[in-house]
Design a protein around this ligand. Structure first.
Ligand SMILES: Nc1ncnc2c1ncn2[C@@H]1O[C@H](COP(=O)(O)OP(=O)(O)O)[C@@H](O)[C@H]1O
Ligand SMILES: [Mg+2]
Length: 286
């Protein structure tokens, strides 16, 4: 479990450039959760997730991961970085080895594991993100954008973290690359029942398709949080802070207001198609 208690974070404290990025954050994330962190640019998402693996320390307050105080003076940073795997934005920029295999092996190699264990982890992680054996011997630079990103994610997975955090994992990818990443995240969640997965996103559609729980950030504070249904039914509140509920929800809301008997909680095109098909007859497949 992750627990944040009264966390504040101030950049460049004590200088004229001082800027408070997080205000009194309190939250709990249960083991096995698949959580989306959404909010405007500058709302504090990246700062918050960097606190979770002790890349930065809070100005005040504390954060516990699995009961370990990662904010403590004497915290074991190696242990924490292994426990909480952080995939940065555009992680493919950090690929640098001659082969994809070596890149994925980098973390486990530094952990001092045996050749055999490293090999098993590399192959398992590559498979988890949907890379094939043939990709492993290639240069990372010969992969597509989406494949490169999945290789970078595999490198973090190979350390077998208890918590996996991805900062804007779909940024800059085409729709196919985006769906691949979102499906990978879902599959990781299904196959690792205890792992906490947190991903940062701008896209309400992606969140609706993928997450189970949502934390909404606004100007350094938690605006609201809950299940996808609980959060997306607060359309007005989300719109007030400049976030939109998915387009499909707005459409089905309109249809419902026009007298069509559709369920209230529709967040994905797939579900909408089924519900509309059920109404007019048909199976909802295009
Ligand atoms: N290195 C930094 N120095 C000073 N201010 C920063 C730094 N990084 C981020 N900030 C500020 O902290 C706030 C939160 O930023 P960030 O956590 O990156 O938000 P998000 O990821 O939601 O876009 C913003 O106002 C941003 O300008
Ligand atoms: Mg960010």
């Amino acid at each position: 479990m992750i627990k944040a208690e009264n966390v504040n974070y101030i950049y460049q404290k004590g200088t004229p450039f001082e800027r408070q990025a997080l205000f009194d954050i309190n939250l709990e994330i249960a083991d096995g959760s698949l959580v989306a962190l959404i909010g405007h640019t500058g709302s504090g998402k990246s700062t918050l997730i960097q606190l979770f693996n002790a890349l930065v320390k809070p100005t005040s307050g504390r954060i516990l991961v699995d009961g370990i105080d990662v904010t403590a003076q004497k915290a074991d940073l190696r242990l924490i970085r292994r426990m909480v795997g952080l995939v940065f934005q555009y992680p493919e920029h950090q690929l640098f080895e001659e082969t994809v295999y070596k890149d994925i092996a980098f973390g486990p190699t530094n952990m001092g594991l045996s050749e055999k264990e490293i090999d098993e982890r590399v192959r398992k992680s590559a498979a988890l993100v949907g890379l094939k054996e043939k990709h492993l011997e290639r240069s990372p630079f010969d992969l597509s954008g989406g494949q490169k990103r999945r290789a970078a994610i595999a490198g973090v997975l190979a350390m077998e973290p208890k918590v996996l955090i991805l900062d804007e994992p779909t940024a800059g990818l085409d729709p196919k690359g985006r769906d691949d990443i979102l499906n990978t995240i879902k599959r990781l969640h299904e196959e690792n029942s205890d792992m906490i997965i947190i991903f940062v996103s701008h896209s309400m559609e992606d969140v609706a398709k993928t997450a189970e729980r949502v934390i909404v950030m606004n100007e350094g504070r938690i605006e609201t949080e809950g299940s996808v249904a609980e959060v997306f039914t607060q359309a007005e509140r989300l719109q007030r802070i400049g976030l939109n509920v998915p387009q499909i929800t707005l459409l089905t809301d309109k249809l419902r207001n026009a007298g069509f008997n559709l369920p209230e909680e529709i967040y994905t095109v797939k579900y909408a198609a089924k519900a509309i098909a059920a109404l007019v007859g048909g199976d909802g497949n295009a």
